[in-house]
Design a protein around this ligand. Structure first.
Ligand code: MN
Length: 198
């Protein structure tokens, strides 16, 4: 899904979301962001900088730190890199209307390798539907896989799965215990209240 979808879905006279298109990323230090989004249904938007844009998935239950848990990740339209800085409210009635929190943010490394142990290009692994990355966020760290389902009634959706490493922890439940913004330390309620008071 291209960036035009992003622009076409939004009225920038009404929403404070960024128009984007100016920021150039650095492929050596790609960023990820996870935005908690209280829209029609509460979900977590998982975004990875790939090929100059934020490839995006909507994760209804949010990420887990337990390697035995598979979280559904529904692909959504590419977002501009500027979106990694967006926290606030989208007006009711507009696309995605509701509160957005920067729940976690940081950089990541591509760790996907072929059978010979050589790194597979990030865009290529995205196109193949098997992304393997190591996150360096404030809440989430270590290896995660995103796997596209190629058959069955969930075909086209992806699964977000923590990989088993030192950062894996089946007892942690960060979506419920760490519920403040990593950029403003605000709760969803505080963001909603302060943003709509402007
Ligand atoms: Mn969303």
């Amino acid at each position: 899904m291209g960036k035009d979808d992003y622009t076409n879905k939004r009225d920038f006279n009404k929403t404070k979301e960024p128009k984007g298109g100016l920021k150039k990323g650095n492929p050596d230090t790609p960023v990820f962001v996870i935005q908690k989004h209280d829209a029609t249904n509460l979900h977590y938007d998982f975004r990875l900088e790939i090929d100059g844009t934020l490839k995006s998935w909507s994760v209804p239950k949010g990420p887990s730190t337990d390697p035995s848990v598979k979280r559904m990740a529904i692909p959504t339209e590419d977002h501009p890199l500027e979106y990694a800085d967006f926290e606030g409210t989208i007006p009711e009635g507009e696309y995605g209307g509701g509160t957005v929190m920067i729940w976690d943010r940081g950089t990541f490394k591509n760790i996907k390798k072929n059978d010979e142990g050589e790194e597979i290009d990030l865009l290529k692994s995205y196109d193949m539907g098997t992304v393997e990355i190591s996150l360096q966020g404030e809440k989430l760290k270590g290896a995660y896989a995103l796997i596209k389902m190629k058959s069955g009634n969930m075909k086209g959706n992806w699964l977000l799965i923590k990989q088993d490493d030192e950062e894996a922890d089946a007892r942690r439940n960060p979506t419920s215990t760490q519920n403040k913004s990593v950029v403003s330390n605000r709760t969803m309620k505080q963001i909603e209240k302060e943003d709509s008071a402007k």
